[in-house]
Design a protein around this ligand. Structure first.
Ligand code: XUL
Length: 575
């Protein structure tokens, strides 16, 4: 037996087994298949906009143009279902799916799917022999009460967030009880909005899934539980006991508990894979489906993040910053989630809505749509940008809560004077190279300032950078200078589906042992030379001037947070 502290070396994954990890993110569905030695056997992906154009999404989402519902951003769940068929169809040509011992998954957090009455039965009778796949079969069965799911980018729930926070004794109390205040993307306020604005949908709903448990439900052919980690992004779970809170459920909508069902630990078995997948894609009928969880928690698993002082920064559609802690201190800014691979610890997460799409927007405006030119402009401009600070919100931002808009300032006396002598002057624009530097420096300074405020260790011992922009060394160099530590990159760009594949192996081991086993049992002794290896991309402290530059950034970060506070007061709650 290998309980916590037991001997992992005795545990082995069967030699011929494979472990499949899927990641249903905002823009695509990806897969990573690992063998028992944690080598990558196959990867593949389906891109929603280009592979499934009939859903009409852009960046994987649909935006509501109705001014009465400003900020509404949704995705069609049937698109995710259809993507699963398409992806598995492609994957079976690259990997022998009969050998898959367990599958698990990752999904964008907070999105809610509304299953219609009778959908549970429809899931159990999906027909593998029918010419049509999952999407059309679910549509024909009327399995969804709402054809569109609000996703994490949705910011249309300002009123519901205020009501929920008031009912729960204020934002800080709600954060202490459930791990975060009522952020607009949190699922509880989203469900409340559905109940208030589309009562016929809420009434017709038999079950509410998160995107993660929706995908797991397809795989097991019945309603899968919401896992405790992703469940913490809903404002209805007690962050200490990991049970649903009656007061929070009541603050959201009537008869919600029966629609949510039970929660399960992330390492638990959701069920065996449904006959649909056995017959259609030749999975073994013994293949286990391990609970799906959120993409950030899965990335944490994929990066094998476990040491205090390790900070992960994921540069994707959303930019996120996260680390592990055993003493979480819920605040108004971040989110606390249970650690998906260690029931004793938690993860702290900061989430930004203006990530890669906003960087791309600035690149298109100021660098002729070219990353090469963007990098050249970054290199042409000096660190600290001559005291120019930019705040770029193409989307309604979460951190800080500010509406769409760009704000630019030039600081006087920014290197010489003390903080209170640095006076900011608002300007309309910068020259193109300064715009490009201002967005990159601004994003990292904001991350550093808010990470510090949330109690994440700054400077970190090291940063592990992931996501699309982590392949850009010029951007990573700026990250290292602002945070004051070396930056590593993961050998695999898709840490979320890799994390899901590792969690599949972990869940399988836990099931074999009939008790929780430490996650390190899956990978111990294998961090080098496998998919889990890290590469030092930017060292820190080797160059003369590194420390002086860091000190200057420290001042600039403080100034930036001050200006941010003024902006929050100026735009107080405006859409
Ligand atoms: C985290 C969050 C985003 C999504 C992106 O709280 O909302 O990072 O998970 O997929």
């Amino acid at each position: 037996m290998a309980g916590a502290g037991g001997d992992c070396c005795l545990l082995r994954l069967p030699d011929d087994s494979l472990f499949l990890g899927l990641d249903c993110s905002t823009q695509s569905l990806k897969a990573t298949v690992l063998d028992a030695g944690l080598g990558i056997v196959a990867t593949d992906s389906v891109h929603f906009d280009s592979d499934l154009p009939h859903y009409g999404t852009r960046g994987g989402v649909l935006r509501d143009q109705d001014p009465a519902e400003r900020g509404r951003i949704v995705s069609p769940p049937l698109m995710w279902a259809e993507a699963l068929d398409l992806l598995l169809g492609r994957l079976r040509r690259r990997a022998d799916l009969r050998r898959v011992a367990a599958v698990s998954g990752s999904a964008q957090q907070h999105g809610s799917v509304y299953w219609a009455k009778g959908a549970g039965a429809a899931l159990a009778t999906l027909d593998p022999a029918a010419g049509e796949g999952l999407g059309p079969q679910l549509a024909a069965a009327g399995a969804l009460a709402a054809p569109e799911s609000p996703v994490w980018m949705d910011s249309s729930t300002a009123a519901q967030c205020r009501e929920v926070e008031a009912a729960m004794g204020g934002p800080l109390r709600l954060a202490r009880l459930t791990g975060c205040r009522a952020h607009r993307r949190c699922t509880g306020p989203q469900i409340r909005k559905m109940h208030q604005t589309r009562p016929q949908v809420y009434e017709a709903t038999e079950r509410v899934s998160l995107v993660s448990s929706f995908m797991a439900s397809l795989l097991v052919g019945g309603y899968a539980c919401i896992d405790e980690t992703d469940g913490a992004g809903m404002n209805i779970m007690d962050i200490d006991t990991r049970q649903l809170r009656q007061d929070a459920l009541q603050a959201m909508a009537p008869n919600l508990e029966e629609r949510i069902g039970k929660l399960a630990p992330a390492h638990a078995v959701a069920g065996k894979i449904a006959p649909y997948f056995v017959q259609r894609f030749q999975f073994s009928s013994n293949c286990l489906v391990i609970q799906w969880s959120g993409d950030n928690p899965n990335s944490l698993a994929g990066l094998t993040l476990s040491n205090p002082g390790d900070l992960a920064i994921s540069l994707g559609t959303s930019d996120t910053v996260f680390g592990v802690t055993d003493s979480p201190e819920p605040s108004l800014e971040g989110n606390i989630f249970p650690n998906p691979v260690d029931p004793k610890t938690y993860m702290v997460l900061l989430c930004y809505k203006n990530g890669s799409l906003t960087r791309e927007d600035l690149r298109n405006c100021y660098a002729e749509r070219s990353w090469d030119l963007f990098n050249r402009l970054l290199e042409e401009t000096a660190p600290l940008n001559g005291g120019k600070l930019g705040f770029y919100y193409k989307e309604h931002e979460i951190l800080p809560p500010l509406p769409v808009g760009f704000h630019r300032y030039v600081l006087k006396n920014f290197t010489s004077g003390p903080l209170d002598e640095m006076v900011e002057e608002e300007v309309d624009k910068f020259d193109p190279p300064s715009e490009v530097r201002a967005i990159i420096e601004g994003q990292f300074m904001s991350m550093r300032g808010h990470a510090e405020q949330c109690g994440l260790p700054v400077p970190p011992k090291r940063i592990i950078a992931t996501g699309g922009a982590s392949s850009n060394p010029t951007i990573l160099k700026i990250m290292a200078s602002i945070f004051g530590c070396p930056v590593y990159t993961s050998q695999r760009s898709d840490s979320a589906s890799l994390g899901a594949a590792l969690r599949a192996a972990h869940g399988w081991l836990c099931k074999q042992q009939d008790e929780f086993v430490p996650f390190s049992c899956v990978y111990s002794g294998r961090l080098d030379g496998t998919s889990l290896g890290m590469k030092l991309s930017v060292p820190f402290g080797d160059c003369e001037g590194d420390t002086e530059l860091l000190n200057n950034y420290t001042l600039l970060v403080k100034k930036r947070l001050e200006i941010e506070q003024k902006l929050i007061e100026r735009f107080d709650g405006r859409e």
